[in-house]
Design a protein around this ligand. Structure first.
Ligand code: NAI
Ligand SMILES: C[N+](C)(C)CC(=O)CC(=O)[O-]
Length: 489
């Protein structure tokens, strides 16, 4: 049975949490007095469904059930995890904890999204302070893995379980050892924010110029190496020590405003809001969210391919989503050899879509290429075999694009072996969304000797498996479209 998360406060952050849990297979129950909450969460979910599943190369679990409740008690009933994301005011949070602790399971985790309050402040006067822990996320919660976890002495025992749950929904829990106002990341962001406000107030830069300064340069560096690894490189061969010796002294020069806080006068607020409207007013917030999500998915998938930073977290989460559940790894995993083999089961990543708003033609080949790789693995032509000097090369491909498919959709490929004898392997892939046929891919592959780069017979153990599969598929009807060529009907 799916686990249940209660979302108390379904605004910007609560909506993101709802999507994170729901798309990772949890049932989600929302309580928010805002009459618009259902619509707003629905829109966040649409964005999440189009972006999150495509971060992974495995299908995500089936979505849990989403429900909305008129009372907090209704939402927290049976919930193992309660995520509080109400406005950043201590009095509101205390009132909410009192009400929900009267109704919730005494073992449930009450996690607060607070950006700034310390857990000891949240726990003051609580019925069971040990239930309350800070789990500070980053927007968009459904895509960004970072989550700052801060507890106190009274709930040391529960922290391990909190970490495990968060990893289970694909997050990267940063376990903050000492409670401080605004935890780690927001301390840092506040410093950057303060400097930006000064640059605007002093008429040095506009909101747009500040954003360009970040996104054309150091923002790109930060996304993949952070601050210290980046500056270690900037120290040259002498590394961090040299970097500090060279640039440390400038901290006491007038390069920063340090702790001075600009007064947030009406004039400054107007200036910032007007500049921001001039910079980005042509987009709605939902448009901006979609651009942000597509950019993040693209960047994170690049990091994933390099198993680096946030990408490594995605790879770890991929491994926990059991691929053998849906796609066989060996011939022995196939239940019925006489049927086409499922060789791909995944979601369409948002960066696989194009200006026509659907999956780009090149990605059909990518998915069919993945299907061929899987079939090669099934017949024993895996990394270990390839390292011994044999492999298959694709000699000819014919793809038919039969229907369109969109970001986030779950697709699968079924593969029929039309011929598997000697040096030749003739495959016919069909791509589906559910039962809807999207495309077919027909491929002729030749076994090669990787040293001579010439056609060669496969090793007996590969030849034998391929022959078995081909014989089992010989009883299947010839697939519709097999042997077709591009032509005028
Ligand atoms: N917006 C951001 O960038 C981030 C915010 N946070 C934290 O998340 C929390 C929520 O912030 P946002 O989502 O930005 O605020 P928001 O204003 O978008 O959402 C707050 C939601 O709480 C609801 N609410 C108000 N009183 C409530 C109550 N008594 N019970 C249930 N729901 C109630 C409101 O109707 C609203 O939908 C804050 O603690 C904030 O510090 C954390 C990370 C990032
Ligand atoms: C502005 N903020 C302090 C609420 C931001 C955060 O807490 C985290 C984020 O998403 O940047």
């Amino acid at each position: 049975m799916a686990q249940k998360a209660a979302i108390i406060g379904g605004g910007v952050i609560g909506g993101g949490w709802a999507a994170r849990f729901l798309l990772n297979g949890w049932d989600v129950a929302v309580f928010d007095p805002d009459p618009q909450a259902k619509r707003k969460i629905g829109e966040v979910l649409d964005n999440a469904r189009a972006s999150l599943p495509g971060l992974y190369d495995m299908p995500m679990p089936d979505e849990g059930t989403l429900s909305f409740h008129d009372t907090m008690a209704g939402a927290v009933d049976g919930a193992a995890w309660i995520q509080e994301s109400v406005p950043e005011r201590l009095d509101i949070k205390h009132t909410v904890y009192r009400e929900l602790q009267d109704a919730c399971d005494a073992d449930a985790v009450i996690a607060s999204s607070t950006s700034g309050f310390k857990p000891s402040e949240l726990q003051e006067n609580a019925t069971r302070p040990q239930q309350i822990v800070v789990c500070h996320p980053f927007n968009p919660v459904y895509l960004l893995p970072l989550i700052e976890v801060v507890g106190t002495d009274v709930n040391k025992d529960m922290i391990g379980g909190v970490e495990e749950t968060l990893r289970g929904v694909g997050m990267f829990p940063l376990m903050v050892k000492k409670e401080i106002d605004a935890h780690i990341a927001d301390r840092f962001l506040e410093a950057v924010w303060r400097e930006a406000l000064w640059l605007i107030k002093d008429g040095i830069a506009t909101t747009e110029e500040i954003d360009e300064a970040i996104r054309m340069g150091f923002g790109l560096r930060w996304a993949q190496m952070g601050l210290f690894e980046t500056y270690r490189i900037a120290g040259g061969e002498a590394g961090m020590r040299h970097f500090i010796e060279q640039f440390g002294p400038c901290l006491s020069w007038p390069w920063t405003k340090l702790m001075d806080v600009p007064e947030l006068t009406e004039e400054l607020i107007d200036q910032i809001a007007d500049q921001s409207d001039a910079q980005s007013g042509q987009y709605s917030i939902r448009d901006l969210e979609r651009h942000r999500d597509a950019n993040l998915v693209g960047m994170m998938r690049t990091l994933k391919a390099r198993d680096w930073g946030a990408g490594a977290i995605l790879n770890t989460h991929d491994k926990t989503m059991n691929q053998t559940r849906v796609v066989p790894e060996t011939l022995g995993d196939i239940v019925d050899l006489g049927k086409p083999v499922k060789t791909v089961d995944r979601a369409v990543p948002i960066d696989w879509t194009d200006y026509n708003g659907h999956m780009n033609e090149a990605r059909y080949l990518q998915a069919f290429g993945d299907a061929t790789d899987r079939l090669m693995g099934i017949i024993g032509c895996d990394a270990e075999y390839i390292a011994t000097g044999g492999s298959y090369f694709t000699a000819e491909t014919h793809i038919r694009h039969l229907d369109e498919v969109h970001a986030g959709a779950r697709i699968h490929v079924e593969t029929q072996v039309i011929l598997g004898a000697g040096k030749k392997m003739h495959l016919f892939h069909v791509m589906y969304e559910g039962t809807r046929i999207l495309a077919s891919g027909e491929h002729m592959l030749i076994h090669v000797d990787l040293e001579t780069r010439r056609a060669s017979d496969p090793a007996p153990q590969v030849a034998e498996k391929l022959k078995r599969l081909a014989a089992a598929h010989a009883g299947l009807p010839r697939p519709e479209g097999a042997g077709a060529a591009v032509g005028v009907r």
